[in-house]
Design a protein around this ligand. Structure first.
Ligand SMILES: Nc1ncnc2c1ncn2[C@@H]1O[C@H](COP(=O)(O)OP(=O)(O)O)[C@@H](O)[C@H]1O
Ligand SMILES: [Mg+2]
Length: 374
């Protein structure tokens, strides 16, 4: 039999397990465990789609086992159906409170058991599909922003390269003419090395960013560092447009557990939007983009702000900004996915995002992330 789903039945009565197995084995692969500890080992070694769990068992009881499963991020989405010996309201409520997904009273009626299992598996399937869609969606959007950025990357590299070439040529001439000042030459070499370092950083960033296979895992991330390296990709584009950037990064912020690629996406897209806010728009004062990070006092949040004095957004559109595919840019310029994906990333980490903007009055986007991820 080629069963699509694996169920794990846990009960200290072997007779109950036999009965469950007999009822379900035609439709599912059924694993059985006579204790919570045995079940834990099985969960570790097998991909399990649903757990049928007895409440009272010697040793670790069903409730404790359920709590353990729901605490483990790898396992927490596996639905658990409690098998309660009697219609004990108190236990049923407790089971649901600690994260159980449903309950069935023993002795069970096969048809009811089967249909309750089917309902839970349908929910699982639905969640998996959604996650898949989201993953694909993110990859597509990521590709789109790589596309937008890559045009700029050559440019970002060309400037330091031009400076290196000019300085090295000058130095070479001076050496040939045997006419050079030690201090001046040392300064020249300093600049050459600084430019080379800038190029190295840009290349490292691009290489890291372009690595799609990079595991989509969360890791302790220094937000300031991501912001600084992302900005490297924009320096030249900003300079070309006479946009100055101001960084107000609070030092010593704690690292947070986040997927680096996703946070890069957030910063890149906020900077792209801020850059585009100056297209066909001249503010009264000098064009500026300010990026701030701060820890809010008395709150477990880190706040990241990207502020520009660009064209702003008319009130009419403010509540549409986070809608997928909403864009005011010309065809080919915008996908309308930036803010909607940023929104789902920030939400997924338990944070919040808001936009304050006025037509011709600039825009402030503020995202907050909790230090302790959910
Ligand atoms: N900083 C900003 N200044 C002005 N308008 C902005 C800014 N950020 C976003 N917007 C508006 O919100 C729209 C949606 O942004 P986004 O979801 O990133 O999609 P896209 O940039 O591809 O259009 C943009 O088209 C733009 O009109
Ligand atoms: Mg955008």
């Amino acid at each position: 039999m080629n069963a699509k789903y694996t169920l794990l039945a846990v009960d200290d009565e072997s007779l109950n397990l036999l009965l469950l197995e007999k009822t379900l084995k035609n439709q599912y692969r059924v694993l059985t465990a006579l204790s919570a500890d045995e079940a834990w080992l099985l969960l570790d070694k097998n991909p399990v789609d649903l757990v049928l769990l007895d409440v009272s068992m010697p040793g670790t009881d069903g409730f404790t086992f359920c709590e353990r499963v729901k605490k483990e991020s790898r396992l927490k989405d596996i639905p658990i159906i409690f098998l309660t010996a009697f219609s004990d309201t108190e236990n049923i409520v407790k089971g649901l409170e600690i994260g159980g997904n449903d309950h069935i009273s023993k002795p069970f009626v096969s048809e009811i058991l089967k249909s309750r299992i089917q309902i839970q598996l349908k929910i699982v399937e639905h969640i998996r599909n959604q996650e898949e869609v989201q993953r694909n969606f993110f990859q597509v959007a990521r590709l789109a922003s790589v596309g937008t950025l890559s045009a700029g990357i050559a440019h970002e590299l060309n400037t330091p390269l031009a400076i290196i070439t000019a300085y090295a040529t000058k130095l070479h001439e001076q050496i040939l003419e045997n006419n050079f000042d030690k201090e001046e030459s040392s300064n020249t070499i300093d600049t050459v090395l600084r430019m080379a370092e800038r190029m190295r950083k840009i290349i490292a960033y691009v290489r890291e960013f372009a690595d799609y296979k990079k595991d989509q895992q969360d890791s302790a991330t220094d937000l300031n560092e991501v912001i600084e390296s992302t900005l490297l990709l924009f320096k030249q584009q900003f300079a070309d447009r006479q946009i100055t950037e101001t960084l107000q990064l609070t030092s010593g912020l704690p690292k947070i557990q986040i997927n680096r690629g996703k946070f890069e996406f957030v910063i890149q897209n906020l900077l792209l939007n801020a850059r585009d806010a100056f297209d066909q728009f001249e503010p009264a004062t000098a064009k500026n983009i300010t990026v701030t990070t701060a820890r809010v006092t008395d709150s477990p949040n880190l706040v990241i702000t990207v502020k520009d004095n660009g064209k702003g957004i008319s009130k009419v559109y403010l509540d549409k900004l986070f809608d997928p595919f909403f864009t005011l840019k010309e065809v080919g310029q915008g996908t309308g996915l930036g803010l909607s994906i940023i929104y789902s990333i920030i939400k997924a980490y338990g944070g919040a995002i808001s936009v304050k903007s006025e037509e011709n009055g600039g825009t402030i986007v503020q995202a907050s992330l909790p230090l302790q991820m959910p």
